[in-house]
Design a protein around this ligand. Structure first.
Ligand SMILES: *Cc1c(COP(=O)(O)O)cnc(C)c1O
Length: 371
């Protein structure tokens, strides 16, 4: 049996007619930039996030970059972020000449450990970027408290977490801004690059809208330095077809995750650490990530058996060559470094079949059998 990490083809077959029609409408009207589809998606996603404003941008990385600019972060400032995340989280900070200050994770959730944040704050700190990794929100209450106390912006990296909640609150409700990615593999994926920022702050929303069009307002008059980063109208048309299905797809992911956890606990006991679900959180399982010993050997074995898996992330950001100027060394963030050795993400998508899940778990069990 072959089990891919992700298969988007079945989903497309079910939506093909509607998507073709939506694309045809855009092309027939020939309004390709910041048209009705972008506006309607911005409104829907903002409402879904329980905030007032959505700003469509070219991708999730730009959503982070433009959020930082919108919140007034400048060259020389410091921004706190986890090191156990996708590169874009810290890339956005460094691109404006600010300094990423990395904080270790809680080993249970893989998310930034709020109890370690205050020690990293200096008079230069301007913002915190909590990353809701794998689809489970960060423990936000302590972060909101710290941000208030030190007057910091909170920029939620919600690229993996559209639809996740914390104590009944959506992504975006507790942060100054929240950043979504609609990269094709995310829970709400476009057919190319796309992203959005949501916020409840009208002034910040307006500033970010200006930044995404070269800082131009009124047109051809430039008071701030912006650039070209817009959510494409064709991508928005596709996303408008897919968005109404998001909750149903997230629920399916959740069911598949529970199936994996039951099967793994039954067949592998304590050989495999299954994902921790915080009782305050609704986890949307962008990834289903286990912790194991001999992870790389297991991954190679599964590959031979036709099971694709991924390592998110094999090398922490604080040890990446591009950040060597920041002066971090091995051992600085022990929980992050350990997670990089142990984390393995299993195939996860709404259309995953139970036979495929049973096969994946049976192959993990045969790898560890005899130990
Ligand atoms: C995908 C991702 C991003 C970047 O999104 P793009 O749309 O690919 O630019 C940022 N942060 C995290 C945690 C991500 O997973």
């Amino acid at each position: 049996m072959k089990v891919p990490m992700l298969d988007l083809t079945e989903q497309y077959q079910g939506l093909k007619g509607q998507i073709s029609e939506a694309l045809d409408q855009v092309m027939s009207k020939a309004h390709f930039i910041l048209g009705d589809n972008v506006k309607s998606l911005e409104q829907d996603v903002a409402k879904y996030s329980n905030v007032g404003y959505g700003v469509g941008v070219a991708n999730g990385s730009d959503a982070l970059h433009i959020s930082l600019l919108g919140c007034g972060v400048e060259e020389g400032d410091e921004v706190i972020a986890p090191s156990f995340t996708f590169f874009a989280t810290a890339g956005a900070i460094a691109r404006i000449g600010a300094k990423p200050v990395f904080v270790d994770i809680n080993p249970k959730t893989f998310n930034i450990d709020p109890s370690k944040i205050e020690a990293a704050i200096t008079e230069k700190t301007k913002a915190i970027i909590p990353v809701h990794l794998y689809g489970q929100m960060v423990d936000m209450d302590p972060i909101v408290e710290i941000a208030k106390k030190h007057n910091l912006a909170i920029i939620e990296d919600a690229a993996q977490a559209i639809g996740a909640t914390y104590k009944g609150k959506s992504v975006g409700e507790l942060g100054t801004t929240a950043c979504y990615s609609f990269f094709p593999t995310k829970n709400l994926g476009a057919y190319g690059d796309a992203g959005m920022i949501v916020t409840d702050d009208a002034d910040i929303a307006e500033r970010m809208r200006v930044i995404r069009v070269h800082g131009s307002k009124p047109k051809y008059y430039h008071h701030v330095l912006g650039y070209n980063s817009r959510l494409d109208e064709l991508q928005a048309a596709i996303l408008n077809v897919k968005f109404p299905h998001l909750d149903e797809w997230n629920n399916l992911r959740h069911e598949k995750a529970n199936t994996y956890t039951e099967l793994l606990n039954e067949q592998l006991g304590d050989k495999v650490i299954t994902p921790y679900q915080d009782e305050n959180c609704h986890h949307i399982f962008h990834q289903y990530t286990i912790r194991v010993e001999r992870r790389d050997e297991l991954q190679a074995y599964l590959k031979e058996q036709g099971v694709e898996t991924m390592i998110y992330y094999p090398k922490p950001l604080h040890l990446q060559p591009v950040f060597s100027n920041l002066g971090y060394k091995e051992g600085d963030l022990p929980e992050t470094e350990k997670a990089c050795q142990e984390a393995l993400s299993l195939p996860m998508f709404p259309e995953l079949k139970s036979e495929q899940q049973e096969y994946v778990v049976s192959k993990i069990a045969s790898f560890y059998k005899g130990e």
